[in-house]
Design a protein around this ligand. Structure first.
Ligand code: NAD
Length: 257
C-alpha cells in the first residue's frame, strides 16, 4: 500500500495508474500528465507501442472478455497495485437511429460501455486495496447535448454517464471515487481522421470550431488536466460528477464566434 500524497500540492507521487486507450489522443496525454505528477502508469491499448517508456504498454482489447482480466492483472502486477483507473478507450460512430447495422450498435456498446465494465470489474479488487482509489471515465458532451447524427455514439456515452453515477454510489462506502469528464470536440488523431474523411475538411473544421463558444477545439492536454484533477487526492471530496471540458458548448448560450 502506498502513502497518499498531500491533496494540496497536486502530486501523484508513487500512485499507480492504469489508462485504457492510452496510446493515442486523450489517453496518451493523460498518461503523460499522470507521469509528470509522479505516478507510475500502464497503458492498455490495441496498439500499446504508441506509449513510449517509461509508460508500460500492454496490449489489450477492452471488448475481449478473456483478455481484459489477464491484461489488468499483468498491469497491476507490473505496477505493484492500482490506485487510479482511467477508462478512456472508445470508438466513434456517425448517423441517426436509422443508420448502421445493429451489429455496429452492438460493437460500439461493446467497446464504449462494456469495455469500461470489463476493465473496472478486473481492477476493483486492486482498487479496494488502495488508500487513494479513483476511477475517471472518459464520457462525452454527446451524453447530454443532443448532437445531430450521433445517435449511437451519444447513446453509448449516455450509458457511460449513468454507469459513472451508479458506480460512484456503489463504491463510495468503500472509499473509491468515480467521476467522468465530458469533452467537447478535442483535437486528437480521432478528430483528425474524421476531418480527413469529410467532403470539405476545412468547412467541417470550421463548423466544429464554431460549435464551441471558446472558438477553437479543445486540446487533449486540457482534457488530461481535468482527468488528472479528478483522479488526484485534490478531488478527494468529489465523486459522482461529470466535468465538462467542452469550450462552453453545453453550459453557455452564446452566438457562435
Ligand atoms: P483516439 O482514437 O486518438 O484514441 C483512442 C485510443 O483508444 C486509441 O489508441 C485506440 O487504439 C484505443 N482503442 C480503441 N478501441 C479500443 C479497444 N477495443 N481496446 C483498447 N483500446 C482501444 O481517440 P480520442 O479522441 O483520444 O478518444 C479517447 C476517448 O475520448 C474516447 O472514449 C472518446 O469517445 C472520447 N472523446 C473524444 C472526443 C474527441 O473529440 N476526440 C470528444 C469526447 C469524447
Amino acid at each position: 500500500m502506498t502513502s497518499i500524497p498531500s491533496p494540496s500540492d497536486g502530486s501523484l507521487a508513487g500512485l499507480r495508474a492504469l489508462v485504457t486507450g492510452g496510446a493515442s489522443g486523450i489517453g496518451l496525454a493523460t498518461a503523460h500528465a499522470l507521469l509528470a505528477r509522479g505516478a507510475h502508469v500502464a497503458c492498455l491499448d490495441l496498439e500499446p507501442a504508441g506509449a513510449p517508456e517509461p509508460l508500460i504498454g500492454i496490449r489489450c482489447d477492452v471488448s475481449d472478455d478473456d483478455g481484459v482480466p489477464a491484461a489488468v492483472a499483468d498491469a497491476a502486477e507490473r505496477l505493484g497495485g492500482v490506485d487510479i483507473l482511467i477508462n478512456n478507450a472508445g470508438i466513434g460512430a456517425q448517423g441517426t437511429v436509422e443508420d448502421g447495422e445493429l451489429d455496429q450498435w452492438r460493437t460500439v456498446f461493446d467497446v464504449n460501455l462494456l469495455g469500461m465494465v470489463r476493465v473496472t470489474r478486473a481492477a476493483l479488487p486492486w482498487l479496494r486495496r488502495s488508500t487513494a482509489a479513483a476511477v475517471v471515465n472518459t464520457c462525452s458532451i454527446a451524453a447530454t447535448a443532443g448532437l445531430p447524427r450521433r445517435a449511437l455514439y451519444s447513446a453509448s456515452k449516455g450509458a457511460v454517464l449513468s454507469l459513472t453515477l451508479a458506480m460512484a454510489a456503489d463504491h463510495a462506502p468503500e472509499g473509491i471515487r468515480v467521476n467522468c469528464v465530458n469533452p467537447g470536440t478535442v483535437d486528437t488523431p480521432w478528430v483528425q481522421r474524421l476531418l480527413a474523411a469529410a467532403a470539405d475538411p476545412a468547412a467541417e473544421h470550421e463548423a466544429l470550431r464554431r460549435r464551441q463558444p471558446i472558438g477553437r477545439l479543445v486540446s487533449a492536454e486540457e482534457v488530461a488536466a481535468a482527468i488528472v484533477y479528478l483522479a488526484s487526492p485534490a478531488a478527494g471530496a468529489t465523486t459522482g460528477t461529470a466535468l465538462a471540458v467542452d469550450g462552453g458548448m453545453q453550459g453557455l448560450r452564446l452566438p457562435p464566434p
